[in-house]
Ligand binder design. Sequence first.
Ligand code: ATP
Ligand code: MG
Length: 279
Amino acid sequence: MIELLNIKKGFGDKEILKDVTATMAAGKINLIIGSSGSGKTVLMKCIVGLIEVDSGKVLYSGQDFTAMDNHQRKEIRKEIGMLFQGSALFDSMTVEQNVMFPLDMFSSERLRDKKKRVQEVLDRVNLNEAGKKFPAEISGGMKKRVGIARAIVLNPKYLFCDEPNSGLDPQTSLVIDKLIKELTVEYNITTVMNTHDMNTVMESGDHIVYMFEGKKQWEGNNEEIIFSKDKRLNDFIFASEFLQDAKEMRQMEVFKDKNWRDKLKASNDQLDADREEKR
Ligand SMILES: Nc1ncnc2c1ncn2[C@@H]1O[C@H](COP(=O)(O)OP(=O)(O)OP(=O)(O)O)[C@@H](O)[C@H]1O
Ligand SMILES: [Mg+2]
């Protein structure tokens, strides 16, 4: 579990993150959603320590990451994989070399074993043929998969993905979502994903944090989101008529399940209990 406690961050005199407290559930896909400029990338960079917070704490399994020096942080960093907004591959390196990079940084294994590991993860993301290619020679969806392979090569406990679907067609987006979902379950990873993609929200939102102008406006899951009365959240999520219809259809589906009230109450009670426990 990752806990964010009262995170504040500003640049110059501009406040960007305004007292954000939220929890990222262990072994689940945790989504950070919100409109462009709401602070998702800044928040993610604060969680992994690429940006220092002004105040507040980030706890990894109860350990205060914010209070650690660089040497102590390295131990946690080894357990973090990150897919950046826009993939951020090294253009001058082949696919294999890109995926090898974190192993060269953090692993003391023999070259033969590192190469084997690179091949394993490339196979896992269905890129076994592309190892010798350069980023300029592959498609956007393939680049994302290389980014994912690089992010999981060290067997991370935590996986951060900043907009893994941006710029992809709907079908390729689904492939990427499915891959991230499978990896999260297969390796029991705590995944944190920034997204605008409503499909991802409904299909993968085990836990969702909605950001509005640097504040956490709402927190819940993909079942609760369709019953939420929060106006800002509704305006953001169900922005079009088509999505309003989809929401009503989902509600009706849940209504058909006669236990829906109990389910909803149980999950709300659980959320309340978790919040209470944190206080
Ligand atoms: N290094 C920086 N210096 C100054 N301002 C910054 C810096 N990084 C981000 N900001 C500002 O912080 C705000 C939030 O930016 P952020 O990139 O977190 O938004 P976002 O929610 O990820 O948006 P998008 O959906 O477009 O990726 C923006 O107003 C941005 O201009
Ligand atoms: Mg962003």
